[in-house]
Design a protein. Structure first.
Lengths: 192, 202
């Protein structure tokens, strides 16, 4: 029994879930260590680059994990399940925050393409890109961030968002196209 | 020939992230040209690389250790401490060959000891040989007459039946075959006779 007590970190996410459902703090610690940082980054990107708000949402997410752990289906991937909860939390936040919706509409309004050349410093370039990503429709932004920030496969994103893979591919394509149309990268061929 | 697409093909996405247009092989360039123009390829590639760089560098501060709120939520879910080792035992996994070997050993032990066990459990009950001697009183001779005689009526006073009292002494007298006093060789079938015997002994 002494040896068995030390093995939570060797268990997969899915194997940890029954212990978390039973309130085992050590098992929860392991899962929290694996996902807290990732989820913080995801919420930060999805919720207005506000790190304090992102932290609150991480806590909210893990409260839901504890509450719903007993209903977790072990046939599914735990990471997919966590991100699905996170996506729903973001949707609820968007509904609550009408001000943000208005802000999105303002950003999404057609504007002249922004030129990004090498004379802009890194921070300025990043701000321009960040605003352009925020201006995407919610569904497109979700797919874009899940694909290129969280590096999920198309199949995983389809499971997280509970939609067909074809829809995910299409959303990613339109997100890339809209961003590329909005940001004019001025380049020399040597820089590529 | 360039054909507009409504989704980003995985192969095209991989090329965008890995190679500049000028670095594409002829077959790759032909494949790319079916989906994008050269300028679009540059734009998309720049965008994806820039996004990767943004996502890698613009990272929020790490989250705080989990709060008291989370600890309270866990505490509400917690079951008695003794259950934890049991749960851990059931999640412990061993290789299949070890499980198979253990099953074979168990089966072998079961059949081996089953063959050695006695056929009937009754035979195992310990037995004790008890010597017992019994004498039957000789019947009195019948009168040598042919005519029937009316049997004489004998009136006998019967003492009141007393409650049977077991005593070690009586038990000894009844069971001892080595007693030569004559009392032990009699058969006692009725409590009344036992009582008489006891009186005689006293």
């Amino acid at each position: 029994m002494f040896l068995l007590k030390k093995k939570y970190h060797q268990l997969s996410d899915e194997q940890l879930m029954p212990f978390i459902a039973d309130g085992q703090e050590k098992a929860f610690n392991v899962l929290y260590g694996r996902y807290a940082q990732k989820m913080q980054r995801y919420f930060y990107r999805m919720l207005y680059q506000n790190s304090q708000l992102a932290e609150d949402f991480v806590q909210e997410l893990f409260i839901k994990v504890i509450d719903k752990a007993h209903s977790f289906d072990p046939e599914k991937k735990c990471a997919t399940w966590l991100y699905a909860i996170a996506v729903n939390l973001c949707k609820n936040e968007y509904r609550r925050n009408e001000r943000y919706q208005n802000r999105l509409q303002h950003i999404a309004a057609p504007v002249d393409p922004v030129s990004i050349d090498e004379q802009l410093d890194q921070q300025q370039r990043n701000q321009v890109l960040q605003k352009a990503i925020e201006g995407l429709e919610e569904a497109h932004r979700q797919c874009y961030i899940l694909r290129y920030q969280e590096e999920h496969s198309i199949k995983e994103i389809a499971q997280i968002l509970d939609c067909p893979e074809g829809t995910v591919k299409s959303r990613i394509y339109y997100a890339v196209k809209k961003l590329a149309d909005k940001l004019q990268y001025l380049h020399s061929k040597s820089s590529l | 020939m360039h054909q507009p697409s409504n989704h980003l093909d995985p192969r095209l996405e991989a090329l965008l992230l890995q190679k500049a247009f000028d670095a594409l092989r002829p077959d790759e360039r032909q494949y790319v040209s079916q989906h994008l123009t050269e300028d679009e390829y540059h734009q998309y590639r720049q965008l994806l690389l820039h996004s990767q760089q943004l996502f890698e560098t613009d990272i929020p501060p790490p989250p705080a250790p989990f709060s008291e709120r989370l600890q309270d939520a866990l505490a509400q879910r917690r079951s008695p401490g003794w259950l934890e080792p049991v749960q851990q035992l059931f999640t412990y996994r061993i290789p299949v060959w070890q499980a198979g070997l253990a099953m074979m050993l168990l089966a072998f032990a079961f059949f081996h000891f089953q063959d050695q066990s006695p056929a009937s459990p009754i035979a195992s009950i310990p037995t004790e040989q008890v010597d017992r001697e019994e004498q039957v009183p000789v019947a009195s001779e019948k009168p040598a007459t042919l005519g029937k005689k009316k049997p004489a009526v004998v009136t006998k006073s019967v003492p009141p039946v007393q409650e049977r009292v077991d005593s070690p002494l009586i038990a000894y007298v009844v069971s001892s075959p080595s007693d030569s006093s004559g009392f032990a060789s009699r058969s006692f079938s009725k409590d009344r006779e036992l009582m008489d015997l006891r009186v005689e002994m006293r």
